[in-house]
Write a protein that binds this ligand. Structure first.
Ligand SMILES: CC(C)(COP(=O)(O)OP(=O)(O)OC[C@H]1O[C@@H](n2cnc3c(N)ncnc32)[C@H](O)[C@@H]1OP(=O)(O)O)[C@@H](O)C(=O)NCCC(=O)NCCS
Length: 160
């Protein structure tokens, strides 16, 4: 069973170490930004600890082992929307249903805890695995610019 562990409930050293995961070739190749500098990573970690944070990150834990990261960013409580991302660092743990479980849990969190209406994400056009996963969850094309695809999913009708 997949557990999502909030970064804020873990040691700072452990949070810092995710930079190595994010910059590893098997993860970075799926992202628009291929290399994150330590300073940028530390700034991002600092944002997680602010009141009403615009970003929330979780370790993806399975059988007691942390194998990846999933996160909300650009959370906008006024517009009731967020962007979302995920990577499973341990390649041997991919294609075993972890992505599905993590996404499902994150959508529940966005709706029930953050009380948001929309979740957006961006992928590289070449990332057929991620695109297929997101389509299965009902994400629809918002726009495509070059090789970047933005998709969105409504969590519940907005009555405003
Ligand atoms: C994208 C990612 C999170 C998916 O997680 P996962 O645990 O491997 O995916 P799951 O096993 O839950 O599979 C869910 C669905 O995704 C799709 N999928 C996953 N891996 C796939 C692959 N290698 N080829 C094609 N489709 C794939 C399938 O539709 C699959 O459903 P199915 O098993 O019913 O066919 C994972 O592959 C990953 O971390 N990739 C590298 C980082 C990345 O691409 N992040 C997203 C950036 S936007």
């Amino acid at each position: 069973m997949v557990e999502l562990i909030n970064f804020l409930d873990t040691l700072y050293e452990k949070q810092l170490a995710t930079l190595t995961w994010r910059n590893a070739e098997q993860v970075a190749k799926y992202f628009q930004i291929k290399y994150i500098e330590e300073k940028i990573h530390k700034n991002w970690l600092a944002k997680l600890a602010m009141p009403n944070p615009k970003a929330i990150a979780f370790f993806i834990r399975i059988n007691g082992q942390d194998i990846g990261v999933t996160y909300f960013h650009s959370i906008d409580h006024e517009k009731k929307q967020t962007d979302w991302g995920i990577y499973i660092y341990d390649e041997t743990m991919r294609r075993k249903g972890v992505g599905k479980e993590a996404l499902s849990e994150c959508l529940r969190y966005a709706e029930n805890v953050l009380k948001l209406n929309m979740v957006f994400l961006e992928i590289l056009e070449s990332n057929v695995a991620a695109k297929s996963l997101y389509e299965k969850f009902g994400f629809k094309l918002i726009w495509q610019k070059g090789n970047i695809i933005r998709m969105g999913k409504t969590l519940k009708p907005s009555y405003q």
